[in-house]
Design a protein around this ligand. Structure first.
Ligand code: CP
Length: 326
C-alpha cells in the first residue's frame, strides 16, 4: 500500500500509480463505511479547499463541498466570473495566493486548449495540492468513482471482463471528451478489456490513445476501437455510454452539432442493452440527455448504477482530499 500522498496534485489520471489508486480506493471504502455508521472521520479539521469553477456543475460541486465538511474542513465555492481573473489575476498569482489561503485548490476548467494548461500553471505556483474537477482532457475524480463502482458491482478481479466505452448521441451541447479519455487510461490498469466505440468524427486525442494502448499492454488487458455501437455492446459486463463532442474534428459548436445530428441512432436503449450480458451494469457520469442519449427505461432500469456511481464521487474525493491535504 502506497500510503504517503501528502502534497500531491491530481490533474491527470496517470499522475497516481495503480498502487496509489488502490490506496485511494481502500481509504474511500473506509470513509464510506464510517459515514454509514455515523463514525466521525474529521481528518481535515481546520483545513480549507478552494473550489474554482469556470464551468457549471451539480455533482462535482455538491460532492466536494459536502465531502470537505464531513472531513471537518470547509470548501469555498468560487465562480471564476465573480473573481478578478478576467481583470488580470494570472494563473501564477492564483496558485501563489490561493496556496497561501487554502490547503487545497480544486479547479474545473473545460475550455478546449486552455483548461488543462490553466490547472498545470496554477499547480506550478501553488504550495498546496491542485485537484482536477474536470478539464478538457481528464476527469480523474469521476473516473475514481467509476472504478470504485465497478469493483463494488463486479468484484476486485476484473480480468477478462469487458467494458464498452461508447459514444452516444446528445442534442444539448458538445460535451467534453475528458470522461472517455480518463476511462480508457484508468480501466485497463485494473484488467478490464476496454472496447471504445464511436463514429469516425468522434476520435479521442492521439496521445491519450497511445497511453491507453500502453496501459492495456502493461496490464495484459484488451483495448479495441470500433465504429459499431451494437457490436461493442455484445457480451459486455460494463456499459458506459455517453456523449462527447467531435472536438478533434471541429471546435465550432454549429459545425459540431451538424456532425452530431448524423448519429441519432446512437442511443442506449433496452434493445442494445440486451446485447450485453444479462447482469451488465449501465453507467453514466450524468447529466444525461434523457430519451436522447439513453432511454429512461435503461437509466431507471435494474441494470443502471448511475446513482451509486454519483454517490461514490463523494467517497472517492474524500479519500483523495484526506490523503493529499493532510
Ligand atoms: N459527472 C459530473 O461531473 O457531474 P457535474 O458536471 O454535475 O459536476
Amino acid at each position: 500500500m502506497q500510503s504517503d500522498l501528502r502534497g500531491r496534485d491530481l490533474i491527470g489520471d496517470l499522475d497516481f500509480s495503480k498502487e496509489e489508486v488502490e490506496t485511494i480506493l481502500d481509504v474511500a471504502w473506509d470513509l464510506k463505511r464510517k459515514r454509514a455508521l455515523g463514525e466521525s472521520h474529521a481528518y481535515l479539521r481546520d483545513k480549507t479547499l478552494a473550489m474554482l469553477f469556470f464551468f457549471s456543475s451539480t455533482r462535482t460541486r455538491g460532492s466536494f463541498e459536502s465531502g470537505m465538511a464531513q472531513l471537518g474542513g470547509h470548501a469555498a465555492f468560487i465562480e471564476s466570473r465573480t473573481t478578478q481573473i478576467s481583470h488580470g489575476d494570472t494563473e501564477t498569482e492564483m496558485g501563489e495566493i490561493f496556496g497561501r489561503y487554502f490547503d487545497g485548490i480544486a479547479i474545473r476548467h473545460v475550455d478546449w486548449g486552455i483548461g488543462n494548461r490553466y490547472l498545470n500553471l496554477v499547480a506550478s505556483a501553488s504550495r498546496v495540492p491542485v485537484l482536477n474537477m474536470q478539464c478538457e482532457i481528464y476527469h480523474p475524480h469521476q473516473c475514481l468513482a467509476d472504478i470504485m463502482t465497478i469493483i463494488e458491482k463486479k468484484g476486485r478481479n476484473l480480468k477478462r471482463k469487458k467494458m464498452v466505452v461508447s459514444w452516444a448521441y446528445a442534442s444539448s451541447y458538445l460535451k467534453p471528451i475528458s470522461v472517455p479519455q480518463s476511462l480508457i487510461l484508468q480501466m485497463p490498469r485494473f484488467g478490464l478489456d476496454v472496447v471504445l466505440a464511436h463514429p469516425p468524427e468522434f476520435k479521442l486525442m492521439p496521445e491519450i490513445m497511445e497511453q491507453a494502448q500502453e496501459a492495456a499492454r502493461v496490464a495484459g488487458a484488451g483495448f479495441e476501437v470500433t465504429d459499431d455501437m451494437e457490436a461493442a455492446f455484445k457480451d459486455a459486463d460494463v456499459v458506459y455510454a455517453k456523449s462527447w463532442g467531435p472536438l478533434l474534428t471541429t471546435q465550432d459548436p454549429d459545425e459540431g452539432k451538424v456532425i452530431q445530428d448524423k448519429y441519432k441512432s446512437w442511443i442506449t436503449d433496452q434493445r442494445k442493452m440486451d446485447l450485453a450480458k444479462e447482469d451488465a451494469i449501465y453507467m453514466h457520469p450524468l447529466p444525461a440527455d434523457r430519451d436522447v442519449e439513453v432511454t429512461s427505461e435503461v437509466m431507471d432500469g435494474p441494470n443502471s448504477v448511475v446513482f451509486d456511481q454519483a454517490e461514490n464521487r463523494m467517497h472517492a474525493q474524500k479519500a483523495v482530499m484526506a490523503l493529499t491535504m493532510r
